[in-house]
Design a protein around this ligand. Structure first.
Ligand code: PLP
Length: 458
């Protein structure tokens, strides 16, 4: 659930290594030391020259979309550094203009052509929240400032994005300073209170949205922030197919903006450019991060309509930048990463490889007494592990099942990403690079099957 623990890998320190009690800041198990990375693999320290090979099935934190170590991206970063190391974030440079053009020509929907760049996903969500509130104030509706979020979600690590996230584990020890925000239920068909995959699930979750709006008052609400389908917080939980079109109508009827957080789902991860395309819904503010630069640079962004940006400009409000936002090097990296995805037709690859992986996982684990669901889209896949598949009872939190399974797989050469929020748990996420093939699919499936079988044996 957000921390990596592996007791299975023996990591010894050598003379050149950092003292393990000084870095990282906190310790939660033995250190993993990556010496090198290439393609879909990490090479871990184990005494040999390059270390043993570890399949990066989580793509780091579900970010390494095109794989590690592409020469062209490194060259683009090198060239940008020499051309212009730094310029104030709101100013134009050739690298920034090239990225804006790539985004507008090939990635963003036509109505979301205003680009505000940040240095990551958390600050992009912060900026989207600011923009939503400033827009409402600029319209003469300052009372419309509440942000609704969802009870299972993750939107970032700043104080505000932690507060709006439905992620119990990541709030621990911070409760005294976290504001509370109105929340709706994340549509979670498997655990719908009406029953698993109930035919009334959409009605149930839409009613919850309507009731929350009625309770808070539409006149007090600026926006709803949500992922189109859950990233690692829920492990690829997908809403019922008609949920979003109905939710959008409710938001329109109540004059509430939709901020779609696509930090994890955006830029091809689901096989579409953005996850919202799967559900026939159109955000007012779209937020991206991770896959935008694919792990090659720190970059995030908010994309908005002209109308929103113009009203904020007319009111002379500022959407303040972060000093390291939109670095020319990061923009150059992102442009090259996005071009590679297009030129190598990786979106269709994500769909076909994702389907192949999903089929193999279903064959291997679909009947396991401890697997409740295998779900997701494209190469964003979550496997929910439970004590009892019939009742959906989870393993007790103190069993640390997610970390046991992830640790077991690390010991066998595969790095999965731990998902869940504490309340919802024992979710193993796959967010592999888009370049994986048969060998990697095979390795993921056999390693995960062994890890789940052995760790759940009572
Ligand atoms: C959906 C979502 N939003 C926001 C964030 C925060 O992004 P970052 O870690 O780049 O600040 C994440 C990170 O996992 C995420 O998955």
């Amino acid at each position: 659930m957000g921390t990596f623990v592996s007791d299975d890998l023996a990591m010894t320190d050598n003379k050149t290594s950092t003292r393990p009690d000084t870095w990282p800041f906190l310790h939660s198990g033995r250190l993993q030391r990556v010496m090198h990375a290439e393609g879909a693999y990490l090479y871990m320290q184990d005494g040999s020259k390059n270390g043993h090979r570890m399949l990066d099935a989580g793509g780091g934190a579900i970010i390494v979309n095109i794989g590690h170590g592409r020469q062209e991206v490194a060259q683009a970063i090198y060239d940008a550094t020499l051309n212009c190391t730094y310029a104030l974030p709101p100013w134009l440079t050739p690298e920034r203009e090239a990225l804006a053009e790539e985004l507008q020509q090939h990635w963003l929907p036509k109505n979301l052509n205003r680009v505000h760049l940040t240095s990551g996903g958390s600050d992009a969500n912060e900026a989207a929240i600011k923009i939503a509130v400033q827009y409402q104030v600029a319209r003469g509706k300052p009372e419309k400032h509440q942000i609704i979020s969802r009870n299972l979600s993750y939107h970032g690590a700043t104080i505000t994005t932690t507060a709006i996230s439905g992620h119990a584990v990541r709030k621990r020890g911070l409760e005294p300073i976290l504001n509370t925000y109105p929340t709706i239920e994340t549509p979670y068909p498997l655990r719908c209170p009406l029953g698993p995959n109930h035919s009334g699930a959409t009605d149930y979750y839409i009613e919850d949205l309507e009731q929350t709006i009625a309770r808070v008052g539409a006149e007090n609400i600026a926006a709803l922030i949500a992922e189109p389908l859950n990233g690692s917080s829920g492990g690829g939980i997908t809403p019922p197919p008609d949920y979003w079109s109905r939710a959008q109508q409710v938001l329109w009827d109540n004059d509430i903006l939709l901020i779609m957080d696509e930090v994890m789902t955006g830029f091809g991860r689901t096989g579409e450019k953005f996850g919202y395309e799967l559900y026939g819904v159109m955000p007012d503010l779209l937020v991206g991060g991770k896959g935008l630069a694919g792990g090659y640079a720190a970059l995030g962004g908010v994309y908005s309509t002209d109308a929103i940006a113009e009203l904020i400009t007319e009111s002379s409000y500022d959407v303040m930048f972060h000093t390291l936002a939109a670095l020319p090097q990061s923009c150059a990296a992102a442009t090259k990463v996005l071009q590679i995805i297009r030129e190598e037709q990786m979106l269709s690859r994500v769909k076909s490889v994702g389907k192949q992986l999903m089929d193999r996982l279903n064959d291997a684990l679909g009947q396991s007494p401890h697997v409740a669901e295998i779900r997701g889209e494209g190469l964003l896949i979550g496997i929910e592990v439970v004590r009892d598949r019939e009742t959906l009872e989870p393993f007790p939190e103190q069993d640390n099942m997610t970390n046991k399974i992830v640790g077991h797989a690390l010991g066998n050469g595969v790095s999965f990403y731990p998902g869940g929020t504490g309340d919802i748990r024992d979710i193993i996420c796959i967010g592999a690079p888009f370049i994986i093939g048969d060998e990697e699919i095979d390795k993921m499936v056999t390693t995960l099957k062994l890890a789940i079988t052995e760790c759940t044996r009572q």
